[in-house]
Design a protein around this ligand. Sequence first.
Ligand code: SF4
Ligand code: SF4
Length: 174
Amino acid sequence: MATVVRTYEPKFWDRFYLPAMMQGLLITFTRLFKRKDTIQYPEQKYVPQEGYRGLHRLNKNADGRIKCVACDLCQTACPAHCIDITPSATPWEEGEERYPVKFEIDLLRCIFCGFCELACPKDAIELTEIYDFAGYTRDHLIIDKEGLLKVYDVTSKGNVYRRQNRGEAISIPT
Ligand code: SF4
Ligand code: SF4
């Protein structure tokens, strides 16, 4: 089917630039009294919306033990193949029989889709609000089990950025 493309024909007032300029200035002027969207990062941190998918954490039970039972479901569900788990028998007498001796996530490959969180039957892996993590080498951006458990320690006390904006000193573990 043919498509009709109409060319722009300026109207009478369009031939005078002043009305369009005044209209532009009016928009700028009204913005002066609206809430500002810019923030003074890094002194002030942006607080992402609830449900934001940032840096992962490995959750702990009430007794402080890792919740993960090394079932590999998150690894299987991961479309980026960036989770590496080595399971082992637990050293403790009671409770779960398996746990991960190694649990690594390659953050450079991760696409933060959240599939690992959805696949987990134990509520053991979760994506957090943390977005400002960085590293100088590729190896720095492979987070291990200890790092993931530290993220739990840091994020389980409330939104990290809200607390930082209130003046609390929190370092991001990567
Ligand atoms: S968020 Fe997605 S890509 Fe990243 S580790 Fe989880 S499943 Fe894999
Ligand atoms: S994080 Fe959850 S899904 Fe992944 S291995 Fe552990 S228990 Fe299984």
